[in-house]
Design a binder for this molecule. Structure first.
Ligand code: ADP
Ligand code: MG
Length: 276
């Protein structure tokens, strides 16, 4: 019975690491032009040349590509309404793309439902409604483990190690927590599936600069455990500072793609998107 559960087969092991080792590896070479390819040895997760919109509405994304390599943090920035969240939803399967595809570790997962993508190893923290406010912190984490049939207590302990405040508040309703603490609950919930890759949509939205720095530190910590991170950020400057790769989206299109460092140094990117 439990052996028919793909999750059980895949991860019901004694690995104490929060990550799945198959998500780790040496960094892949990236093209100098910033172009992203899905050739063998390409990014661990890529939404490639995605075109599509909501329902029968107009296309929001136009051949949009976002990706993250093994061992890296990739950051998506751009003005409000640029399609950042839409691109994340497309990669997670919450939006049908009319053309383009999504590859996870080289496998075409374009046709999979979001839940099947979770089983494949994708963790997603959406921009809004990312926790159950009336449930306790611990219940939220348990909900995060919904696809697991194995013992997830070790993973919960790891999440509490990463976010000690959550352990302290584990019996409190998540809705009573501060904005920064709620985001920790949301990230912790996503980690409960032991994802191979983590997608975060504006994890620092609405928090103070100090809390933002702290959240970024924790995100870097998660990345260091071997989980590649693809995230959208409105704090473009700070996010690009920690980004191995950065994507600037404008009107559903890739405007600039490069290393975080190179984007920060690009006069045009600075002028148009980083406030000079
Ligand atoms: N659920 C939806 N249904 C229809 N249009 C939407 C929906 N969500 C977003 N949009 C539209 O898609 C465009 C991009 O939005 P979004 O991806 O949320 O931008 P960003 O995250 O970059 O601020 C906007 O024009 C927005 O109005
Ligand atoms: Mg958004």
């Amino acid at each position: 019975m439990s052996s028919s559960n793909p999750y059980q087969d895949d991860r019901g092991n004694k690995d104490r690491s929060i990550t799945n080792p198959t998500g780790q590896g040496t960094a892949m070479p990236r093209s100098k032009s910033g172009a992203v390819t899905s050739a063998p040895g390409g990014p661990f997760l890529i939404g490639e040349a995605m075109t599509g919109g909501y329902g029968k509405g107009p296309d929001i994304l136009h051949e949009c590509t976002i990706a993250v390599d093994r061992g890296e943090i990739a950051v998506i920035v751009g003005p409000n309404g640029a399609g950042k969240s839409t691109a994340m939803k497309a990669v997670f399967g919450m939006l049908d793309v009319r053309s383009g595809r999504v590859l996870l570790d080289g496998e075409d997962i374009t046709a999979l439902t979001p839940q099947d993508r979770v089983v494949k190893g994708m963790g997603f923290v959406p921009q809004t409604s990312n926790i159950f406010t009336s449930m306790t912190v611990e219940e939220n984490l348990e909900m995060g483990a919904f696809i697991r049939k194995d013992d997830f207590r070790d993973t919960m302990a790891q999440v509490y190690d990463l976010f000690p405040i959550l352990k302290e508040k584990r019996h409190q309703a998540a809705g009573e927590l501060s904005g920064g603490q709620r985001q920790q609950v949301a990230v912790g919930r996503a980690l409960m599936t032991k994802p191979k890759v983590l997608m975060l949509d504006e994890p620092t939205a609405g928090v103070s600069p100090i809390v933002m720095d702290e959240l970024f530190d924790r995100i870097i910590e998660v990345a260091r455990t071997g989980i590649p991170i693809l995230m959208v950020e409105q704090n473009a400057r700070q996010a690009l500072e920690i980004a191995d790769k950065g994507y600037v989206l404008v009107q559903g299109r890739n405007a600039f793609t490069d290393t975080g460092k190179a984007l920060m140094a690009d006069p045009e990117v600075r002028r148009s998107f980083l406030g000079g």
